[in-house]
Design a protein around this ligand. Structure first.
Ligand code: GTP
Length: 384
């Protein structure tokens, strides 16, 4: 519990519902240090938040949304492939932000990463600090979450979202005022599904709470910090916001999120250019009779040849789609090649991989970076 025992005493003197001091959120921590194993092989060379969604590194959408909510100082908590963030975003001024970078020597987990950047924050002890997982695409009304935090006098406020099948998630039941009652592990039996509310990965912390997280060792904010805070009598407030929400942790979710950004189903101020149902980045080339639909993105320098059809997919920069290929709900890595007439559905092709002509790749198949699949090597007979 390391310091959490001090909460009960401090709570009595903290800003509670009776002292409605409204503060704006001006600082945010973004957690971007995960290995992104579920998104491999796209995360072999690129950390998950830097994989391109709707034409820009995914993180750009989150930075732009935080800026739009009034945040001007962001600390990126980096670990895996930490060196690629700063060359891209620099000091953040292009986005109207001041961005700082902190790299963990060893991955510290979500809670440890938050604690590790505490010294970079300028906020006062009671000020609200926004914290985001770096792989969440959401239309959350950030100002509403801050407003809830301030008016309830909570120590931590969490965005909760409702899901139809909560079995894969930790559950967060609340009372009728929205106060969090428990953090429950993934339910194993129907009786354990006591709510459809789950932790959506965006929080507002009272600045001083961050200092109560133990320093210098791995800590999970979900499994350790939040349950410990509850046990110590802290006030954790949930805000159920049922707007667009998607965890982009898996290839299927990532490609859908990118398409939803292009289609305008997911909001972002950072989409480069007007989209319609496709987004073709400058320097990409698309043959006149190629068909791009369903939120497809064609990255810089990529080429889609004649007769190719691409639906709801992301073609990363420099990739080549040869004549007559048919690609659906797939992610095609940087400089990868999809051969003539090949049919790809729900697949991930790693950077630099070459898929020869006349292959058929199906749901869930992943081709590793720089792999080569000879022409006609993968086929499914019609009775399968
Ligand atoms: P998977 O390996 O596919 O589970 O992905 P992940 O490594 O991103 O893990 P997860 O989705 O659980 O992480 C949630 C968020 O926390 C992501 O934005 C991660 O980048 C971030 N994160 C996870 N672990 C760490 C860590 O040790 N340090 C930092 N700085 N961020 C982390």
């Amino acid at each position: 519990m390391h310091g959490l025992h001090t909460l009960a005493g401090r709570k009595n003197s903290s800003a509670g519902p009776g002292r409605k001091q409204r503060r704006q959120v001006t600082e945010a921590i973004l957690l971007v240090g995960g290995k992104g194993t579920r998104l491999r092989p796209l995360t072999v060379h690129t950390p998950k938040p830097m994989v391109r969604a709707a034409g820009v590194p995914f993180l750009t959408h989150q930075l732009a949304r935080a800026r739009a909510a009034g945040v001007d100082h962001i600390v990126l908590a980096t670990s895996y492939l930490a060196e690629v963030f700063e060359p891209h975003f620099g000091d953040g001024s292009a986005l109207g932000l001041h961005i700082e970078y902190v790299t963990e020597d060893e991955p510290l987990g979500t809670g440890g990463a938050i604690r590790n950047v505490a010294s970079r924050l300028h906020s006062g002890p009671d000020d609200p600090v926004l914290i985001f997982n770096g792989d969440i695409l959401t239309g959350l009304d950030i100002r509403a979450l801050v407003h809830t935090h301030e008016t309830t006098g909570a120590d931590v406020s969490l965005h909760l979202t409702k899901v139809t099948d909560p079995r894969a998630y930790g559950l967060v039941p609340t009372d009728e005022t929205g106060r969090v009652l428990a953090f429950l592990e993934k339910p194993q039996t129907p009786e354990e599904i006591v709510t459809d509310q789950i932790n959506a990965g965006a929080y507002v912390f009272r600045r001083s709470i961050i200092d109560t997280i133990p320093a210098g060792r791995p800590v999970s904010v979900e499994r350790e910090t939040f349950p410990d805070l509850l046990a110590a009598g802290a006030h954790l407030q949930g805000l159920v916001d049922s707007t667009y929400w998607l965890d982009l942790g898996t290839p299927a979710a990532f490609v859908r999120g990118s398409a939803d950004l292009v289609l305008g189903r997911a909001p972002s101020p950072a989409i480069p250019g007007r989209c319609g149902d496709r987004l073709v980045l400058p320097t990409a080339r698309v043959a006149a009779d190629a068909k791009l639909t369903g939120g497809t993105v064609v990255g810089e320098g990529a080429f889609v040849a004649e007769g190719a059809r691409v639906f709801g997919s992301t073609i990363l920069p420099g990739a080549v789609i040869e004549p007559g290929a048919v690609i659906t709900d797939s992610l095609i890595g940087t400089r990868a090649v999809v051969g003539e007439r090949s049919v790809l559905t729900g697949t991930v092709i790693g950077d630099g991989a070459i898929i020869g002509a006349d292959n058929e790749l199906r749901d869930g198949m992943r081709v590793w970076c720089d792999a080569r699949i000879p022409a006609g090597a993968v086929r499914f007979s019609s009775d399968q």
